[in-house]
Ligand binder design. Structure first.
Ligand code: TMP
Length: 218
């Protein structure tokens, strides 16, 4: 059963392992939506705005945070994001496109904490009242492909984020969510060209907007 929403705005999320190409895809999809006249807001987690997001971005890649500290910082950053960016945009009737959201906490933090991904999702839904996305797109690539792309991009593997075993587990968690979680997910084969990935996600977004509105929302 699709979830019913009483908000006017739309929330779409791109998720995937490191190197899945979601950040590039996100930029292209935003451009396409804007070219069609949609009022789009592009957001990203961890944020670069809150003190907690800044702390994660600075200290996590250097391996300075314990898994518990990371989960705590991601949650605080997200609480800030929901209150200051996500909810206001949804209340304004905008189309919000997010590059990662609380599903990333479930997929990643559960690999280093003795907590199942479903508990982390639950924590975000209950304690943070995180708004539910219309659709979560999982840009799916095998861990080896993601690692190769991410390593090529940065010139070196980021030891904290991009170890192969962890990426295998993270991917597995995302795919389990698709099967078991209550949210609405679409798995996109992200081994395809960027153009195809963008087209698939874009078409799903347009369909969803038209289906919920009965007409297009611009
Ligand atoms: P990025 O590759 O999208 O910039 O994300 C940076 C890293 O942050 C990525 O390896 C996944 C990680 N991350 C978490 O571990 N938990 C979270 O809740 C979020 C939002 C990101």
């Amino acid at each position: 059963m699709p979830i019913e929403f009483d908000r006017t705005g739309f929330l779409f999320v791109l998720e995937g392992i490191d190197g899945s190409g979601k950040t590039c895809a996100c930029g292209e999809i935003v451009n396409k939506l804007q070219a069609e006249g949609y009022n789009v807001v592009r957001l990203r987690e961890p944020t670069i705005e809150s003190e907690w997001g800044k702390e994660i971005r600075k200290r996590s890649p250097a391996g300075e945070l314990t898994p518990e500290e990371e989960l705590d910082l991601y949650s605080k950053d997200r609480a800030w994001h929901i209150a200051n960016r996500i909810n206001p945009a949804l209340e304004d009737g905008k189309v919000v496109l997010m590059d990662r959201y609380f599903f990333a906490s479930g997929a990643y933090q559960s690999t280093v904490l003795d907590v199942h991904w479903s508990e982390i999702l639950q924590l975000n839904r209950i304690e943070l009242s995180a708004p539910e996305p219309d659709i979560v797109f999982i840009l799916d690539v095998p861990a080896e492909v993601g690692l190769e792309r991410a390593t090529g991009r940065t010139g070196k593997a980021n030891l904290q984020f991009e170890k192969i075993d962890r990426l295998i587990q993270v991917r597995q968690n995302y795919l389990e969510m698709v099967e078991q979680d209550s949210g609405t997910f679409k798995v996109i084969d992200a081994c395809q060209s960027l153009e195809k990935v963008v087209d698939e996600v874009y078409n799903e977004i347009i369909q969803r907007i038209k289906c919920r509105n009965g007409s297009s929302q611009r």
